[in-house]
Design a protein around this ligand. Structure first.
Ligand code: CNA
Length: 365
């Protein structure tokens, strides 16, 4: 497995800052250069192992499961015009996706660990699931480029709506109305035709200051988010942890690719940094079941038990990677077809929600 990171990169390109183009060299760089300004750029892939459904899978995806709502087009659910007419389908979906139903993944906890160590400059996410907040990252360290379920307001008078009331109403799959003007309330996620939040534009050039960039779980097809890695200075190492190469990552001499399952890639990076146990401990804090947490925390007593646990963990990593490869290759092939139709216009306003849910991109008629 040693050279997998560099397998699709031009081998003749020697790194300028790193000793080599692999994750061990990145770990050494982190220590030697006392790295303190890490930026992350992430997408839906860091949440799939939490069980957040893919929107397009034929049977299990949210897209397929919205059929029961009897929409003419399932993507209407994220259309602000449609929402004004009929907010119920969106709230049926919100009921499924609402924060609190899913546990953060080891990737979210890796970012939390960077924060704990005072090394996190900013976490840029395209996800709306709030799992980074749930993992313990403070809001001011996160740029939710496509908004999130964290806050909500009236679509008419813009008055914020209280979190606790929102939670109760979404839990009952009902529709919240403004306490002031009775207008419809919507979470601050970016719908078709809506602008990206100001916080994205305010922080867009921040990657220039980074001393390390980590990109995880995104196809980097959605602009303007996709341009963030290019904001990093030449000579700033960029690590991609993803099922496949995306967004031209690998083209710079100090780019390192860790291709495969994200959870396995993150654990590998943590091992190289000597942070493996700390990472697992931070992740255990996100386990909502105290009993399970206790069991996870109970460290094996004997050398044999420790060895067995290590073998189990490695086997699990391998199973996870092999199990996902076929499914993801299939999905990627499907998506390539979709993106070839829509990617060129993904940032245009008439393509509406394409910048939020490219897989739901409205087909032109
Ligand atoms: P995407 O276009 O679906 O790309 C995801 C990438 O992650 C792909 O390259 C996958 O191969 C890769 N990937 C997925 N799971 C794994 C895994 N376990 N191991 C390794 N690689 C994996 O998603 P993007 O985020 O790039 O697209 C942008 C959209 C998707 C954003 O606007 C999101 O709002 C939207 N989205 C968000 C969520 C969420 O909030 N959790 C879920 C689904 C879609």
């Amino acid at each position: 497995m040693g050279n997998e990171e560099s397998s699709i990169v031009d081998e003749s390109t020697r790194p300028s800052v790193l000793d080599a183009r692999n994750i061990d060299a990145v770990a050494k760089y982190v220590k030697d250069y006392n790295v303190r300004k890490v930026v992350l750029m992430v997408g839906a892939g860091i949440s799939t192992s939490a069980g957040i459904p893919d929107f397009r899978s034929p049977d299990t995806g949210l897209y397929a499961n919205l059929a029961f709502l009897d929409l003419e087009e399932p993507e209407d659910v994220f259309d602000i015009g449609f929402f004004r007419q009929n907010p119920k389908p969106f709230y049926a979906l919100a009921h499924e996706l609402y924060p609190g139903r899913y546990r953060p993944t080891i990737a979210h906890s890796f970012v939390k660990l960077l924060y704990n160590k005072g090394m996190l400059l900013k976490h840029f996410t395209q996800n709306i699931d709030c799992l980074e907040r749930q993992a313990g990252l403070p809001g001011d360290k996160i740029v939710e480029a496509h908004g999130s379920f964290a806050t909500q307001r009236c679509i008419d008078c813009k008055l914020p709506f209280p979190d606790d009331k929102m939670h109760d109403i979404v839990d009952k799959a009902e529709v919240p109305h403004c306490l002031e003007c009775n207008g419809l309330v919507k979470p601050d996620i970016v719908f078709f035709g809506e602008a990206l939040p100001a916080v994205f534009h305010e922080n867009r050039s921040l990657p220039e200051e980074a001393d390390l960039c980590i990109v995880m779980g995104t196809s980097l097809t959605v602009q303007p988010f996709a341009s963030l890695p290019s904001m990093c200075r030449e000579g700033t190492p960029r690590v991609l942890i993803n099922m496949q190469r995306v967004g031209g990552l690998g083209s710079r001499p100090d780019d390192v690719l860790v291709l495969g399952d994200i959870d396995a890639g993150v654990r590998k990076f943590a091992r190289a940094l000597g942070w493996e146990e700390e990472l697992e401990a931070v992740w255990q804090e996100t386990n909502p079941d105290p009993k399970a947490r206790e069991e996870e925390n109970a460290s094996p007593q004997t050398r044999d038990e420790r060895l067995r646990a290590e073998i189990d963990r490695l086997t699990e990593d391998i199973d996870r990677t092999l199990g996902r490869t076929d499914a993801y290759q299939q999905r990627v092939r499907e998506r390539l077809g979709d993106y070839s139709d829509s990617s060129s216009s993904s940032s245009s306003s008439e393509n509406g929600l394409a910048h939020v849910f490219p897989h739901l991109a409205r087909k032109s008629h």
